[in-house]
Every structure is written in C-alpha cells, then in structure tokens.
Design a protein around this ligand. Structure first.
Ligand SMILES: Cc1cc2nc3c(=O)[nH]c(=O)nc-3n(C[C@H](O)[C@H](O)[C@H](O)COP(=O)(O)O)c2cc1C
Length: 202
C-alpha cells in the first residue's frame, strides 16, 4: 500500500515513499535482500568510524530465534510485528573502542545506520517499522549482552500487505493520514524559536 509523504518541497522519491506500516504480506524476505539492507547500514557514517551499531537478526524461517526476538518487544508491538518476516533488535556500543571514553553519539550513529537500512529497503519495495517499545532488560538477559553494550530499538521488515487482505480495523489504521510539523517550527535562525528566514519565506 502506498502512503506517500506530502512534502512542501521536492524530496527524493525513496524518502517520499517510506512509511511505517502495521501490516506485512505473508512473504519471506529473500536472504540476499536482507544482506543488502544490513550492508547499507554497515556503510553509514559514524563518529571516528567507530560503527557503534549492532544488530540481532531474527527471521521467521528460524522459529526459535524469531520467537526469542519477538518476545523482547512490548506486548502492543508484538501484536502487529509478529506478521513481519524479519525482526531486528538494535544494540549500541556506548564507549569508544579507541580509548574507552563514553561515545556521546552512539544512538545518533545507530539512527544513521538504520536510516540507511530503511532507504535501501524502500528502494527494494520493502517496508520497515521501527520500535522503541522494547523490553530492554529482557534483551540484555536473553542475549547476554556484554558490558558496554546497550539495547536500543527493534525493527520489523517485510513486504507490504494488499489493503484488500487487511482486517477492517487495521486498514483504517493504515489509511490514517500522515502529518509533520512545518519547517518554521523546527528550523531556527539568529534566536531560538525564531524561524530561519529561509524557511519563513515558504
Ligand atoms: C525510534 C522510533 C521508535 C518508534 N517506536 C514505535 C513503537 O514502539 N511502536 C509503534 O507502533 N511505532 C513506533 N514508531 C513508529 C512511529 O510511530 C512512526 O515512525 C511515526 O508515527 C511516523 O510515521 P511514518 O514512519 O509512517 O512516517 C517508532 C519510530 C521510531 C523512529
């Protein structure tokens, strides 16, 4: 299903087409495509090229691994995410390998890597839905994370579901309009809360 952004200014098609569905087709993601997504994440920029991101990958064709990852999501997310053929739990290294100092931007760099993954996925007609609703303690325990690593988010990936196959209540949710704050609310100039003249002009 398409649910494109409605931008006020021209943006890349792949950005315009991305959205976060609650429904996924009953279709596996090809392993090579999954590798492409992870490869896209791998080539993200990161502070000092530290690459603080880590990914725990679970696919439906390995039911035990899949159930373990799914069980780490909060219940509300488990409800819909269990349709997705691929689940990823994200983890970051919170200190620099080079000197063991805290890495202030580990989550920022994870976000870059995940956005790369999403852009790659969208270009391959795959859909991605990120989740903060994760039982972090459970991830720590279930995967025995070493010290210095923190669980962060989860990601559901799959092909889109045909609206005709969606249950009525989900079709309604999927068709809900998308919205964003105007640029003038988020881009400032000389003083905080005063829109930059560049965006005020629009
Ligand atoms: C870091 C992050 C955490 C999110 N957590 C959840 C979540 O736990 N459950 C959920 O249903 N959606 C979650 N979302 C999806 C957002 O609600 C969604 O991206 C937002 O409403 C904008 O919609 P769009 O992605 O379709 O443009 C999350 C998104 C991000 C980026």
């Amino acid at each position: 299903m398409e649910k494109p952004a409605t931008p006020d200014h021209s943006i890349l098609d792949v950005i315009q087409r991305r959205w976060s569905p609650y429904t996924f087709a009953d279709r596996a993601v090809e392993p090579e495509k999954t590798r492409c997504l992870l490869e896209a994440a791998r080539w993200s920029a990161s502070a000092f090229n530290e690459q603080p991101w880590r990914f725990i990958l679970a696919t439906k064709d390995n039911p035990n691994a899949y159930a373990k990852a799914l069980g780490c999501l909060v219940e509300a997310n488990q409800g819909w995410a269990q349709q997705a053929p691929v689940l990823i739990l994200t983890v970051t290294r919170t200190t620099f390998i080079r000197n063991d100092n805290p890495n202030r931007v580990h989550q920022h760099d994870l976000g870059l890597a995940v956005q790369n993954l999403i852009t790659q996925a969208t270009s391959m007609d795959l859909f991605v839905h990120q989740m903060a609703g994760v039982d972090l303690d459970k991830v720590r325990k279930e995967y025995n994370l070493p010290s210095g690593f923190e669980p962060q988010t989860a990601i559901a990936i799959g092909y889109g579901m045909d609206p005709a196959d969606m249950p009525d209540e989900l079709r309604e949710k999927e068709q809900a309009p998308r919205s964003r704050s105007p640029l003038a609310d988020i881009v400032f100039g000389e003083t905080w809360d005063q829109p930059s003249p560049i965006v005020k002009e629009t």
